[in-house]
Design a protein around this ligand. Structure first.
Ligand code: MN
Length: 248
């Protein structure tokens, strides 16, 4: 089994090495990841300049650093390797819950895999002030991969792993809103600049990814790429008397 490993924290993140080491128990691993941090880049692709890669051995692994986004890395990685059976992304330094699904480069790498017909699993861990202890997290990562790898479905998964988890929960994405405040400040030369801040506004809904992590569980959320609001589409078609366009 060929497993392509990527991330958005950059190829030198301790999280990607931890993930590659866990993945190596299940198949041949190749790392293709951004040369610098690309967190919060979402599913951006590089279309206005060329992509390049350089071989960068990471520990015992065959690894390549790319001057692009997580989505670029997955597309280029699958192209150069002639495909893979699975794409793993992470382990992100910081959880990816609820609204992060929209902004996360970690998740975007897994989504890019699914867009290209390969299974994609994103893994993230909450971080406090210190970097997470990946040696302590390793048994949980292995357990999650043991559960998920043999299954062919779901195709796209978002996994968040707290340290010392009580167990695993299958969850849905929290849709809690955040305030998204823009905080103005001044740089050392007195010029104005801004920080985008994300502060959740509502409590986590039971059964969601955020709820699971707040309660000490590993959260596994199946995701899909089709964002169509089926209920709204049906209701609109019904109210206008139109018949659904074919194509599904
Ligand atoms: Mn990141």
């Amino acid at each position: 089994m060929r497993i392509l490993v990527s991330n958005d924290d950059g190829i030198y993140s301790p999280g990607i090495l931890a993930l590659a080491e866990a993945a190596a128990q299940f198949g041949d691993v190749r790392i293709v990841a951004p040369d610098v941090e690309q967190s919060s880049m979402g599913a951006a692709i590089t279309a206005s300049r060329p992509l390049r890669f350089r071989k960068t051995p990471i520990s015992k692994f065959d690894a390549y650093r790319v001057n692009g986004t997580p989505s670029d890395c997955v597309a280029l990685g699958l192209h150069l390797w002639g495909g893979a059976d699975l794409v793993l992304s992470g382990i992100n330094l910081g959880s990816n819950l609820g609204n992060s699904t929209w902004h996360s480069g970690t998740l975007a790498a897994a989504k890019q895999a699914v867009l290209l017909g390969t299974r994609g699993i994103a893994l993230s861990t909450p971080v406090e002030d210190d970097e997470p202890e990946f040696t302590e997290l390793a048994p949980s990562v292995t357990k999650v991969l043991q559960l998920l790898i043999p299954r062919q479905q779901p195709r796209l998964l978002n996994v968040n792993l707290p340290l010392n988890a009580k167990g695993m929960k299958w969850t849905r994405q929290s849709v809690r809103h955040y305030d998204g405040k823009i905080i103005p400040d001044k740089d050392p030369r007195g010029r104005e600049h801004f920080w985008f801040t994300v502060t959740p506004l509502e409590k986590a809904e039971q059964g969601t990814d955020r709820w699971a992590i707040e309660n000490g569980w590993i959260s596994i959320t199946p995701l899909r790429l089709d964002l169509t609001d089926e209920a709204a589409l049906s209701a609109t078609l019904e109210s206008t008397g139109e018949t659904p366009a074919s194509g599904r």
